[in-house]
Design a protein around this ligand. Structure first.
Ligand SMILES: [Zn+2]
Length: 287
């Protein structure tokens, strides 16, 4: 599933490819792609609009449109935004944006969990201001961007104090707290910071909070530098795989030696997600 580095990679590429292009039409081939809005309504809002920028918010790709609206794309598990790629498998194309110059941005998604919506761009900047709940779309209640200036050690410490009883790994994955961290980068960051995934957020000492803050940014920046991680489905906007999967320290390395101490990496399940850690470097919390 694409996380911050993968989505950032795609957004940076698309910025070079589609900014200043004008949308001539939008086609949906999957009835739930734009739900709850009908595809015709989305098409009417997109037609004639110029893309002024492409960016990332959390794990969403955001196309800013002239006029203050934005097209938000959630890739979820297998969604791909492809531009100028010749060998796209037509069976998995769920929608496409056509441009006046005859080119197209195609949305391919084998699992069909990806979604698109046209929203007021201001709703993306709430920084968790909206009350969480099933009726509030996730993109309008996203938390702090971990690579933004506002993600300071003091801010991070305050977050951990507000949620002291939750397991630290579960908190890192909460998109309404911090936006963009997923399973891979949470696991890598916790290993670097030498913190067990099940430690309660409120139990981290000041030095550990500072280490984890640094480790989160280290993991995410490394992922961006390597063009993202391709485990199963992820490819960038040009259809190429990333290289981060070659550089995992502990993710998907159960039984292999810890790069720091040599102890065998173990796999556990935390909050329903497969988790990897070093039992020597990342001591389990006392009962
Ligand atoms: Zn170790």
């Amino acid at each position: 599933m694409p996380e911050l580095p993968e989505v950032e990679t795609i957004a940076r590429q698309l910025r070079e490819l589609v900014v200043d292009r004008t949308i001539s039409d939008f086609e949906s081939r999957w009835v739930r792609l734009t739900e709850p809005e009908p595809a015709e309504v989305v098409a009417a809002r997109l037609r004639g609009r110029r893309i002024s920028s492409v960016r990332r918010r959390g794990k969403f790709v955001v196309f800013d449109l002239d006029g203050g609206e934005a097209l938000v794309v959630s890739l979820r598990m297998t969604g791909k935004l492809l531009y100028g790629v010749d060998d796209v498998d037509e069976r998995y194309v769920r929608g496409q944006i056509l441009f006046e110059d005859g080119t197209a941005l195609r949305f391919s998604d084998t699992r069909k969990f990806g979604r698109m919506a046209v929203v007021d761009a201001a709703t993306l900047e709430s920084r968790g201001a909206s009350p969480p709940g099933p009726r509030v779309p996730l993109h309008s209640s996203l938390g702090q961007e971990p690579l933004a200036r506002g993600f300071t050690v003091a801010w991070f410490r305050a977050l951990l104090r507000r949620r002291p009883r939750v397991a630290i790994k579960v908190l890192l994955l909460d998109q309404r707290a911090i936006a963009g961290i997923g399973n891979i980068y949470a696991i890598e960051a916790l290993w670097r910071a030498r913190i067990h995934p099940l430690r309660k957020a409120g139990s981290l000492r000041a030095a550990e909070v500072a280490r984890l803050h640094e480790a989160i940014r280290w993991a995410l920046r490394k992922g961006i530098r390597l063009g993202g991680a391709s485990r199963r489905d992820y490819v960038d906007a040009r259809g190429n795989e990333g290289r981060m999967q070659r550089e995992f320290q502990v993710y998907a390395r159960a039984g292999e030696p810890c790069p720091r101490c040599g102890r065998a990496i173990v796999r556990t399940v935390v909050g329903g997600r497969g988790t990897f850690h070093c039992p020597r470097c990342q001591r389990s919390p006392r009962r």
